[in-house]
Ligand binder design. Structure first.
Ligand code: CUA
Length: 353
C-alpha cells in the first residue's frame, strides 16, 4: 500500500489482509485492532459520521463476540451433557422437551438481536445524513482519474477558486459537501477517519457530506478497483482551523510564483516548450491543459503521484524521468531530457509553493 509522508502504520494493510482471520479470531485480535489508530483507521474517528460508523462497528463486535462466546460455551456444555445422558436412555422424552425449549429461546433471541441491528443500522444511516442541507457548507468538487484525485474549489469569489490534486483541505468544524464524479472508470472515495466509502461514477455526480472535528491529516484511499494502480491512488485530507484553511485557499487561488533564479527560469522554459505543457496547467503561464494534475502550487503538496512518493526534488526528478518505475501503467510518459534540463525543471516545479 502506498504511503505519503504522513502514511499510516502497517496496521492499515494488515487489517485488510487479515480480515478473514480476524473474523474467526475476533476476540484475541481485539487488543491489536484497538491499538490500530493510524492516520487511516475507521476506529480512530475524527468527525461525527466516522464516529457513528465506529460506534456501530464496536456494538456489532460486542454483540457478535458475546454470541460467539455463548455458542462455544453451549457447544462445550452440550458435548459434556450428551455423554452423561447417553448412559441413561430413560430420560429421552425429558431431553426432547428441554431441547425444544432451548432452540425456541435461541431463535427468539437471534430474531431480537437482528431487530436490534436493524434499528442501530437505520439510526446510524440517519445520523450520517444529518449534515446534509447545512446552510454554510464548503463545496468542493472531487473528480477521480486513473490514478489520481482532482480537487476543485469553485464559486463566485475568484480569490477562492483553485484547482489542486491529491490533497483536500477543509476547515475544522464546518460541514463539507463533496461533489464526486469520475473522468474515466468507477473509483471510491474513502477517508476512514471521516466517513464511509462513496463511489465516484463517470457522468453522475453524487454528494458526500463530511466534517472534521479536530485538526489533522487524514489519509484516504481509493476503495474501488480501478485498474493497475488502484492501490497507488491515495489522498490526504488536511483539516485545519478556519483562518489557516482560508489562507491556504487564497494562496492556492493565486497564479504560480515566477522563477527567482536563472535555473528555475530555464526550468519554466523547458516546461512550457516541452511535452509537460500538453497535459498540465500552471496558472499564470501559457500551460493550461487539464489532462493531468494542476501543478500551479505543486510544491505546497505533501506527496507526488497520489501519495506514492514524498514531495521533494529527488523524488520529483526520478518521477519525471521514469514514472513507471514507481507507478507502472500510469499515463505520465517518461521524459527524455538532459540532466541539466531535468534539474532545472525540478528546481522550477519545487519552487511552485
Ligand atoms: Cu481509483 Cu481504485
Amino acid at each position: 500500500m502506498a504511503r505519503g509522508r504522513e502514511g499510516g502504520s502497517t496496521c492499515d494493510s494488515e487489517m485488510t489482509r487479515d480480515r478473514g482471520a480476524a473474523l474467526v479470531l475476533a476476540t484475541p485480535l481485539l487488543g491489536a485492532l484497538a491499538g490500530c489508530t493510524s492516520s487511516q483507521s475507521a476506529l480512530a474517528p475524527a468527525g461525527p459520521q466516522a464516529g457513528r460508523i465506529a460506534s456501530l462497528w464496536w456494538i456489532t463486535l460486542a454483540v457478535l463476540g458475546t454470541v460467539y462466546l455463548l455458542v462455544i460455551a453451549f457447544l462445550l456444555y452440550a458435548a459434556s451433557r450428551r455423554r452423561l445422558e447417553a448412559n441413561d436412555p430413560g430420560q429421552a422424552p425429558d431431553v426432547d422437551r428441554r431441547l425444544t425449549r432451548w432452540v425456541g429461546t435461541a431463535t427468539v433471541v437471534a430474531a431480537l438481536i437482528l431487530l436490534g441491528f436493524l434499528v442501530a443500522d437505520v439510526s446510524t444511516g440517519r445520523a450520517l445524513e444529518r449534515l446534509a442541507g447545512h446552510p454554510r457548507p464548503v463545496h468542493v468538487r472531487v473528480i477521480g482519474h486513473q490514478w489520481w484525485w482532482e480537487v476543485r474549489y469553485e464559486g463566485s469569489d475568484p480569490t477562492k477558486v483553485a484547482t489542486t490534486a491529491n490533497e483536500l483541505h477543509i476547515p475544522v468544524g464546518r460541514p463539507v459537501a463533496l461533489e464526486l464524479n469520475s473522468a474515466d472508470v468507477i473509483h471510491s472515495f474513502w477517508v476512514p477517519q471521516l466517513h464511509g466509502k462513496r463511489d465516484l461514477l463517470p457522468g453522475y455526480t453524487t454528494t458526500l457530506w463530511l466534517q472534521a472535528d479536530r485538526p489533522g491529516i487524514y489519509r484516504g484511499q481509493c476503495a474501488e478497483f480501478c485498474g493497475l494502480q488502484h492501490a497507488h491512488m491515495a489522498m490526504l485530507v488536511v483539516a485545519e482551523p478556519e483562518p489557516a484553511y482560508e489562507a491556504w485557499l487564497r494562496q492556492q487561488a493565486d497564479t504560480a510564483l515566477a522563477p527567482t533564479t536563472p535555473q528555475a527560469a530555464r526550468g519554466r522554459q523547458v516546461f512550457l516548450s516541452g511535452p509537460c505543457a500538453l497535459c498540465h496547467a500552471i496558472r499564470g503561464t501559457t500551460a493550461g491543459s487539464n489532462n493531468g494534475p494542476d501543478l500551479t502550487h505543486l510544491a505546497s503538496r505533501r506527496t507526488l503521484a497520489a501519495g506514492t512518493l514524498p514531495n521533494n526534488i529527488g523524488a520529483l526528478m526520478g518521477w519525471m524521468i521514469d514514472p513507471h518505475a514507481s507507478k507502472p501503467g500510469n499515463n505520465l510518459p517518461g521524459n527524455a531530457v538532459s540532466a541539466q534540463d531535468l534539474l532545472a525543471l525540478a528546481t522550477y516545479l519545487e519552487g511552485l509553493r
